[in-house]
Design a protein. Structure first.
Length: 170
């Protein structure tokens, strides 16, 4: 039985080795075909096609002075997270706030608040209690209008790339 198995395995290996081998005749045929095509292209003389001159139809360009250009800001497309938060430390929240950090430990939030105060921000800490965990949010600035909050957030993103907007639902 062992001899039969070894014989069959050897036969399979031999068949695989010989069946995957490329033949020289296939390479030779492809080479001759490429030479024939190159010779045909050299024999044919390409005559230049007469160019047709057409005038393209172009829409006239209307120029306007720069004073009439309107810049559209996509402030309405900025994502705002709505949460019910309570003030832990600070002067009080307005409608829109810029959050630069979220911490589960209040001491870490207080340290970040102090860093912001040292840099001239009126930083505050708010507490968000969800059923799964308590988060302390560090608010760098707070505004009545969304446009002002977006501008402040964009400036803060130089140092805090994950800064985001909060709308207090309380």
């Amino acid at each position: 039985m062992k001899k039969y198995f070894v014989f069959c395995a050897g036969l399979c290996v031999a068949m695989m080795m010989t069946s995957c081998k490329s033949s020289e005749s296939a390479y030779k045929k492809a080479y001759e075909k490429a030479q024939a095509q190159a010779a045909m292209q050299q024999d044919q003389q390409v005559t230049p096609v007469q160019q047709v001159t057409e005038t393209p139809v172009v829409t006239p360009v209307v120029t306007r002075p720069a004073t009439q250009t309107q810049v559209v800001d996509n402030v309405d497309n900025v994502a705002v997270r709505q949460e019910s938060v309570t003030l832990v430390s600070g002067a009080g929240l307005k409608n829109f706030s810029v959050v630069v950090g979220s911490f589960t430990v209040v001491a870490n939030a207080e340290r970040e608040q102090q860093n912001l105060k040292n840099n001239g921000y009126a930083a505050q800490i708010v507490k968000n209690e969800t059923p799964s965990r308590v988060m302390y949010r560090v608010v760098a600035s707070t505004f009545d209008s969304k446009i002002d909050a977006v501008t402040s957030r964009d400036q803060l993103r130089a140092k805090y790339p994950d800064a985001w907007l909060l709308f207090n639902t309380k």
